[in-house]
Design a binder for this molecule. Structure first.
Ligand SMILES: NC(=O)c1ccc[n+]([C@@H]2O[C@H](COP(=O)([O-])OP(=O)(O)OC[C@H]3O[C@@H](n4cnc5c(N)ncnc54)[C@H](O)[C@@H]3O)[C@@H](O)[C@H]2O)c1
Ligand SMILES: [Zn+2]
Ligand SMILES: [Zn+2]
Length: 370
């Protein structure tokens, strides 16, 4: 089968739209026709090298679509099923899955080669194998993915919108609710209001934070945050610190959540300074693996028992979190339609990422033509 896809051929190169050969699904795999794919910052990290991977690779790890064919042994899915793809596959049996930490499933080890769990590739062109971002490749019209990556959803949910629940929504939400442990009455600071951070704002507000302080230098981000639950906005970390000091009477924030596009030493230092005794800094945004982005006084960490927590998928379990967030959306309490700023065709993926880097989008969305 042929499919059109946005691929990266090397670090630093732009996205290229090309036609690829796609193999049929093998055992435990399904063929998915993607309807929509979110433009998450993590795919741009593939381009810059902040996430090191094998090239060439089909981009996209946030998406939803319809199952068209199943391989042998697939029992949970059938043709016609609607699915949201989790950017983390969940095998259910490795020791981390067995302990209920399915976001840390050992299948994550495949995220360098981005082949499927059996070690082989489904996308090819001119004798070359193409990986698929997070074992998905949602920037392709069609892809073959592991059933471990697919969460079946109700047919009446809008696939265009719920595509965002594959990454940005649960990641941001869980950064506040799971990893940050926001409780009623808390004061929570969120640094960076993109597709992830806006959902940290929603999560913190939903969990009952009294103050949700959204920090972003861009006015459109502050406006979006204010619409979706922020009580205060700040253009920079110093202003945020002043607000924290005032609203907590000098005690400090309960959580400082870092969801900026590229994490820096400065933003981590600001977040660390903003939290109270035994407060928590959650680092969800990424920086390249070679960067020593944490430089902090351990004196303060020890004596104030400050905590620093990394978070993958917001520290939640994809097969639990995705359906629960969709039920909240259905009941009108989680906003998803409001998150999409601009819709793009596959051909415009480079423009979509330029817009993301220029700060125009809360979230950009690719809509596939079929
Ligand atoms: N840990 C995970 O599971 C996980 C999952 C998805 C994405 N991510 C990462 O989360 C990060 C955010 O992704 P996104 O798609 O929301 O990105 P985005 O580009 O849409 O948004 C980032 C926002 O951060 C703002 N920003 C940049 N520097 C800032 C600073 N110093 N202070 C305040 N705001 C600042 C930008 O203006 C922008 O609005 C990326 O690094 C991405 O790779 C992590
Ligand atoms: Zn993502
Ligand atoms: Zn596992």
């Amino acid at each position: 089968m042929k499919t059109r896809a946005a691929v990266l051929r090397d670090m630093g190169k732009d996205w290229e739209i090309t036609e690829l050969d796609l193999d049929p699904p093998k055992a435990g795999e399904v063929l998915v026709r993607f309807v929509a794919a979110g433009l998450c910052h993590s795919d741009d990290h593939l381009r810059t090298g902040d996430i090191p991977v094998r090239y060439p690779i089909v981009g996209g790890h946030e998406g939803a679509g319809i199952v068209e064919e199943t391989g042998t042994g697939v029992s949970r899915l059938k043709p016609g099923d609607h699915v949201v793809c989790s950017f983390l596959p969940v095998c259910g049996h490795c020791r981390f899955c067995a302990r209920g930490m399915t976001n840390l499933c050992d299948l994550g080890a495949l995220f360098v080669d981005n082949c499927l769990p059996d070690g082989t590739f489904r996308f090819h062109a001119d004798g070359e194998d193409f990986g698929q971002m997070c074992l998905l490749g949602t920037f392709s019209q069609r892809s073959v993915v592991s059933e471990h990556s697919c969460v079946k959803i109700d047919d009446d949910l809008p696939l265009e919108t719920v595509a965002l629940v594959g990454c940005g929504v649960p990641t941001g939400w869980g950064t506040a609710v799971n990893a940050g442990g926001v409780r009623p009455g808390d004061t929570t600071v969120v640094y960076g209001i993109g597709g992830v951070g806006i959902n940290a704002v929603q999560g913190a507000a939903f969990a009952g934070a009294r103050n949700v302080i959204a920090v972003d230098q861009l006015a459109n981000k502050a406006e979006a945050a204010a619409r979706l639950g922020a009580t205060h906005t700040a253009a920079d970390a110093d202003t945020a610190q002043e607000i924290v000091t005032e609203v907590t009477r000098g005690v400090g924030a309960d959580q400082a959540l870092i969801t900026v596009g590229v994490v820096t030493e400065e933003v981590i230092a600001a977040a660390f300074a903003a939290i109270r005794k035994r407060g928590t800094v959650v680092i969800t945004g990424l920086a390249g693996p070679g960067k020593k982005s944490i430089q902090l006084p351990s004196f303060e960490l020890t004596l104030f028992e400050k905590r620093i927590q990394g978070a993958l998928f917001g520290g939640g379990n994809p097969f639990d979190e995705i359906p629960r967030l969709l039920e909240l959306y259905r009941s009108g309490r989680l906003k998803l339609d409001e998150l999409v700023t601009i819709r793009y065709q596959l051909e415009d993926v480079n423009q979509g990422y330029r817009d993301m880097l220029d700060g125009r989008n809360v979230r950009g969305l690719l809509i596939h033509a079929h």
